[in-house]
Design a protein around this ligand. Structure first.
Ligand SMILES: [Zn+2]
Length: 226
């Protein structure tokens, strides 16, 4: 697994920037009534029929890091299982459900589900506020400042990444130095032992030779003596 890049967090950060500005107010009674009208069970995932754990936005709220124009409204919320919700992510619901994305419920009985979802989807066919209109509605100054902040965070992330690369290189270099020092020390122990043995051997040889020399001299010295 590679070292994570700080920039990888940018897409989830952009998603939060979008989610933070999209109003959320859903009348639970009206939602229950709407589900009843379309034969939707709030306890079951609309896509695969498993017990639901999440609220899925039929039309994703975020599109390429900016508002899609779809809101958090009862017409755009469907009960879903976490795995379906995550697998669908920012994809168009129909191409996802008919496609082969990992954990997409492309299986038997899907046609009936598609019909049901398509009928529900008609309640929210177009964005309530088109993305292009948002800047005007909010005011260009505030709107631009907000997205500039996201860019600034992106730049900070790039700066942090450059520092991270430098820090990582320094740590890797020190790590290498320490590992090779440890390897050398381990090898050193071996050669010291070998030198120890060799020295002992040479000392023995030396003493044998010395003894031999002494003995060879001894008779001479003896004969020299009185
Ligand atoms: Zn599901």
């Amino acid at each position: 697994m590679g070292r994570p890049r700080i920039r990888y967090r940018m897409s989830s950060l952009a998603a939060v920037f979008v989610q933070a500005i999209i109003p959320r107010k859903v009348d639970k009674d009206a939602q229950a009534e709407l589900y009843k009208r379309f034969g939707i069970s709030p306890e079951h995932c609309i896509y695969c029929g498993s017990p639901s754990t999440d609220e899925d936005h039929l039309h994703p709220i975020v599109k390429e890091g900016r508002p899609s124009g779809y809101f958090h409204t009862k017409e755009n919320i469907l009960p879903a299982r976490g795995t379906c919700n995550q697998s669908k992510s920012g994809a168009d619901w129909r191409s996802w459900i008919e496609g082969n994305a990992a954990k997409s419920p492309n299986a038997a009985g899907i046609a009936e589900r598609i019909t049901r979802i398509a009928a529900f989807a008609k309640t929210v066919e177009n964005p309530i506020i088109a993305p292009g209109e948002m800047r005007r509605v909010v005011g260009p100054e505030l709107w631009d400042r907000y997205w500039r902040r996201l860019d600034e965070i992106g730049k900070l992330m790039d700066d942090a990444q450059a520092d991270a690369d430098e820090i990582c290189a320094a740590l890797a270099s020190e790590f290498e130095t320490r590992v090779s020092a440890a390897t050398r020390a381990a090898k050193g122990t071996d050669s010291e032992a070998w030198f120890g043995l060799a020295a002992t051997f040479l000392r023995r040889i030396g003493s044998i030779v010395e003894t031999g020399l002494r003995r060879s001299r001894e008779p001479a010295s003896n004969s020299d003596g009185p």
